[in-house]
Design a protein around this ligand. Structure first.
Ligand code: UDX
Length: 473
C-alpha cells in the first residue's frame, strides 16, 4: 500500500491559510507526508517570517508547493476584491491545479488524499480523475456553512432574495435555527435583489459538490455546535469536527513548548509585539481588544464612531488598525490629530498584533471583533467575551450565535453609533460582566476538554489520521 501523502490546498486568505497550516502541522506530527499548496502571493508573504520557515523546517515530512492565484502581484487582494480573487482562481488556478495533478510535478509525487477548501468546487472532479479521495475542509463556521447549505431551501421558501424585506423577520427554513435566526443574521451575500448574483451561484456550486467528497473537516467542537453538526450530517455523513485547531495543535505539541514565537502564529502581516509590553502594564481584564480581521473595511465615519464610543466608555483599548482597513477620502490623514492625544492616555494602536497571545493575556477583558471564525474560536479558547460587529459572509451568523445561542457576548450588527458602542462596552464589561464571564469560562473549559485525550475533537482527529493512513473511505 502507498504511504500516506496528503495534498492540502487552502483558499488564499489569512483565515483559511491559518487553519489549514494548523491542520498540516497536526498531520505532520502524526507521521503523514504533507504537501501544502500555497498561492505564490501567500507563500511570499508567509515565508518572509523566519519563525514560520523554521517551524515548518522541523517537519521532514512537510513541504510547500506553489501555484498562481491569477492576479498581478500589486493587486491588494482586500475584502472588496473577494469576488475578483474567486474569478481569477476559477479562470487561472483551476486549470493549473488540474494540470499539476494530472501531468505536472504533483502527478508523480504519490499523493494519496486531497484536502481542499470547500469553496473549491473543482477539486472533487480532479480527485476523481486521479482516483484519490477528497476531503473538504470548510474553514468558516459550521453554523455559517449550514446556512450556505440551506440556500436552495431559502430560495424555495421565498426568503431569498430578501432585499427590501423586514430584516427582523424570522427565518423558519434553516433546520436547527428556527426561533432565533432573523433575515439580518443570514450571510451577507443574502442581502441581494437577485439570486443570479455570482456569489450566490458560487455557493450553489459548493452545495452541489460538498456531498460528493469522502469526508468533511470542520474547525469546531461538539459542545459548541453539536446540534448544527447533527443537521450537517444529513448532507455530509462523514464529518470530522477537530477544533478549536489552535488549542488542538498546542495540546498535541505538548504543554512544554517554549518557543519565543507563539507556536501557531501564521500571520501574513508583521506582528507588532510592542503591544504585549503595553498590556503587561494594564490591570487584569481591563482592556478591550479591537480587531476586525484580515479583510474587513470600514469608512472613516465608522472608525470615528468606534473611536468616540471607546473613548467615552472610559475603558482602555488595544486596537489593530490594519493598513488600508479604513477607507480614506482624498486628503484625510491616517489618524486625525484630535485622536492621537486620547490614544496616548488609554489606548494602544498597532498595525497587526500577535492575536492569540493578546487574547491569552490576563489584561484583556473583552474582544470587539468582526466575528471571523478564527477570531471567534480564539476568543472562546481564552474565555474572552465578545462584542460583535460582523462584516461579511459567515460573520453575520457567527455573531448571532455568540449573542443569542452561546451567550458569550453581544451582537451589534447593522449599527455603528458612538452612544450604542459606549453602552454595549459598559454592558459587557460592567453590567452583565459576571454573566458573560461565567459562560465564557465554561465554554473555554469545554473547548480545552474537547482537544484533550479522550475529548470529542481529539477522537475525531485520530479517526481522520487513521482513515488517511489506511485510506478507508
Ligand atoms: C475570513 C472570513 O472573512 C471569515 O468570516 C471566515 O470565518 C474566515 O476567513 P478573516 O478576516 O481572515 O476572515 O478573520 P478570521 O477568521 O478571524 O482570521 C483572522 C486571523 O488573523 C486570526 O487567526 C487572527 O488571530 C489573525 N490576526 C488578526 C492576527 O494574528 N493579528 C491581528 O492583528 C489580527
Amino acid at each position: 500500500m502507498a504511504s500516506p501523502h496528503v495534498l492540502i490546498f487552502p483558499l488564499p486568505l489569512q483565515g483559511p491559510v491559518n487553519s489549514m497550516l494548523k491542520l498540516a502541522e497536526l498531520l505532520s506530527l502524526a507521521g503523514i507526508q504533507v504537501t501544502f499548496l500555497n498561492t505564490d502571493h501567500i507563500h511570499r508573504r508567509l515565508l518572509r517570517h523566519t519563525h514560520v520557515q523554521s517551524r515548518f523546517s522541523r517537519y521532514h515530512n512537510f513541504r510547500f508547493r506553489t501555484i498562481s492565484d491569477g492576479l498581478p502581484e500589486d493587486n491588494p487582494r482586500s475584502g472588496e476584491q473577494v469576488m475578483e480573487i474567486f474569478g481569477a482562481i476559477d479562470a487561472v488556478t483551476r486549470p493549473l491545479f488540474r494540470e499539476m495533478m494530472i501531468s505536472g510535478d504533483l502527478s508523480s509525487s504519490g499523493v494519496t488524499c486531497i484536502i481542499a477548501d470547500g469553496v473549491f468546487d473543482f477539486a472533487v472532479g480532479v480527485a476523481k480523475e486521479i482516483g484519490v479521495p477528497l476531503i473538504y475542509f470548510d474553514t468558516i463556521s459550521p453554523c455559517g456553512l449550514w446556512t450556505y447549505l440551506c440556500v436552495p431551501k431559502l430560495i424555495e421558501a421565498g426568503d431569498l432574495p430578501f432585499e427590501g424585506k423586514d430584516l427582523d423577520a424570522k427565518i423558519t427554513c434553516v433546520p436547527g435555527m428556527e426561533g432565533f435566526l432573523r433575515h439580518r443574521d443570514l450571510p451577507s451575500f443574502c442581502r441581494t435583489s437577485n439570486v443570479a448574483d455570482p456569489i450566490i451561484q458560487l455557493v450553489m456550486r459548493e452545495v452541489q459538490q460538498i456531498p460528493r467528497a469522502q469526508g468533511h473537516i470542520v474547525n469546531t467542537f461538539e459542545d459548541l455546535e453539536g446540534p448544527i453538526l447533527h443537521q450537517m450530517r444529513s448532507l455530509c455523513p462523514n464529518l470530522y469536527p477537530i477544533g478549536p485547531l489552535q488549542a488542538h495543535l498546542k495540546a498535541r505539541l505538548g504543554a512544554g513548548t517554549t518557543s519565543p514565537q507563539s507556536p501557531s502564529s501564521n500571520s501574513l502581516w508583521e506582528e507588532d509585539k510592542s503591544c504585549m509590553a503595553w498590556l503587561d502594564a494594564q490591570p487584569p481584564k481591563s482592556v478591550i481588544y479591537v480587531s476586525f480581521g484580515s479583510l474587513a473595511l470600514m469608512t472613516m465615519d465608522q472608525f470615528m464612531e468606534f473611536w468616540y464610543g471607546l473613548v467615552n466608555s472610559g475603558k482602555r483599548f488595544l486596537w489593530v488598525r490594519r493598513p488600508g482597513s479604513v477607507a480614506q477620502k482624498e486628503g484625510e490623514s491616517e489618524i486625525p490629530s484630535e485622536l492621537s492625544q486620547g490614544t496616548k492616555e488609554r489606548g494602544c494602536i498597532v498595525a497587526w498584533a500577535p492575536q492569540e497571545e493578546v487574547l491569552a493575556h490576563p489584561a484583556v477583558g473583552v474582544f470587539l471583533t468582526h466575528s471571523g471564525w478564527n477570531s471567534t474560536l480564539e476568543s472562546i479558547v481564552e474565555g474572552v467575551p465578545m462584542i460583535c460587529w460582523p462584516y461579511f459572509v459567515d460573520q453575520q451568523v457567527n455573531s448571532r450565535f455568540v449573542g443569542e445561542v452561546w451567550k458569550l457576548g453581544m451582537d451589534m450588527k447593522d449599527t455603528c453609533d458612538r452612544t450604542i458602542i459606549e453602552k454595549i462596552v459598559r454592558d459587557v464589561m460592567e453590567v452583565r460582566r459576571d454573566e458573560f464571564m461565567q459562560s465564557a469560562n465554561l465554554m473555554a473549559k469545554l473547548a480545552r476538554e474537547s482537544v484533550g485525550e479522550g475529548g470529542t475533537s481529539y477522537h475525531s482527529l485520530d479517526r481522520l489520521i487513521d482513515d488517511i493512513k489506511s485510506m478507508r473511505f
